[in-house]
Design a protein around this ligand. Structure first.
Ligand code: FES
Length: 357
């Protein structure tokens, strides 16, 4: 990193400033990093080439993340660029004096292990399943479990023709976690190999079967929330041609670095999903510094072992588990496997998993 001079911003801090705004008030964000009144300007830029950036709040209580590192590409707000300014993602010592006092949460008979603030770890293997033909399914996240923005369902498809379903006028994002799938979306067929993301537009119906008759497992994230799928007879047409690309496979060339982590966006606004976004990412052996997001997040563990921490509780996590994270809930995910953990995240509303505070 270049040492700060008149043309280089000074890093005020390596994360964003959460701020609740007042309607009609103009906020003057420090872009040079030299202000003593962070994240706001105090005139210290005078001898530099920087100028502050003004933002007028539209609504009372508007929640924003003002950039603290001053390297954002979307001033005055954080765009996650702070993660690229360091070699190692900020860590926390799982064996610190404070962390050693945090107990494991009780494990109930049901599938959800409750942590603080509405966060929980869901294990589909412990969940009762409904059936529809060769499809077995259960609710992972729903309004009855405290979500505000998204629902999520886990589906297992055996041999035979799977029936079509719809979530009505909602965005649906699928992740094929096991098996190679054939996905039919309102009459249009797509191949989706394991670890692909799939986007279904509002108003469309879809069906998922295993290619060559093999079993398939997939998650469906639905935004806004839905109680359950509506099953439909036959496969309606009406594919939305305005968004022709629907399947995004794994592609190492599309990885974005985030200190010593990486992620690849799967379903996002690039293919038309401007409400909900899905990514796949790798977490090395480490415990992240506790942090928060303004989006609601669901994290599926694809491989590796770890521990999910909130302020006063923790729970072990492993492949197949889903972690539900409400907005603004402080948390930290620790990977305990030498090879780290591979995770798939669905964030809503939002399109950038690198933005946190
Ligand atoms: S704090 Fe600067 S981009 Fe996030």
């Amino acid at each position: 990193m270049t040492a700060p001079d008149g043309n280089t911003p000074q890093i005020a801090r390596l994360k964003a400033y959460y701020t609740e705004l007042e309607a009609g008030r103009t906020y003057v964000w420090c872009s040079c990093g030299r202000s003593a009144a962070q994240p706001f300007c105090d005139g210290s830029h005078a001898a530099t080439g920087f100028r502050p950036v003004r933002y007028r709040a539209a609504a009372d209580g508007e929640e924003v993340l003002f950039c603290g590192c001053k390297y954002t590409g979307t001033p005055p707000f954080c765009d996650g660029a702070h993660n690229g300014l360091v070699d190692t993602y900020p860590d926390d010592d799982p064996d610190s004096e404070r962390n050693r006092t945090i107990p494991f949460a009780d494990v109930p008979d049901g599938p959800r292990v409750a942590l603080n603030g509405g966060c929980y770890v869901f294990s589909a293997d412990r969940a009762p399943k409904a059936e529809r033909g060769p499809v077995r399914y259960c609710t992972v996240i729903g309004p009855e479990h405290g979500s505000i923005h998204q629902s999520q369902f886990c589906f297992e498809v055996g041999a035979g023709d799977a029936p079509a379903m719809t979530f009505g006028d909602r965005h649906v994002v699928l992740f094929v976690s096991e098996g190679d799938a054939e996905v039919t979306i309102s009459g249009r067929r797509f191949a989706a190999e394991a670890h692909s993301g799939v986007y279904v537009r509002p108003g469309e119906a879809f069906a998922v079967t295993g290619r060559k008759g093999g079993p398939v497992r997939f998650l469906a994230s639905v935004c806004p929330r839905a109680k359950a799928p509506d099953w439909v007879d036959g496969m309606p047409d009406g594919f939305d041609d305005s968004c022709p690309v629907r399947v995004v496979p794994l592609d190492p060339a599309q990885r974005q670095g985030m200190a010593n982590r990486y992620f690849q966006m799967l379903v996002d606004k690039e293919i038309g999903s401007d409400v909900v976004a899905q990514f796949i990412g790798h977490i090395p052996l480490s415990k992240a510094e506790p942090h928060r997001h303004l989006y609601e997040e669901a994290l599926l563990i694809l491989s590796g072992q770890g521990c999910m921490w909130t302020e006063n509780l923790k729970a072990p996590v492993g492949a197949g588990d889903v972690i539900f994270l409400p907005r603004k809930q402080i948390h930290s995910l620790e990977a305990t496997s030498d090879e780290g953990m591979l995770v798939v995240g669905t964030i809503c509303p939002g399109d950038n998993p690198a933005i946190n505070y």
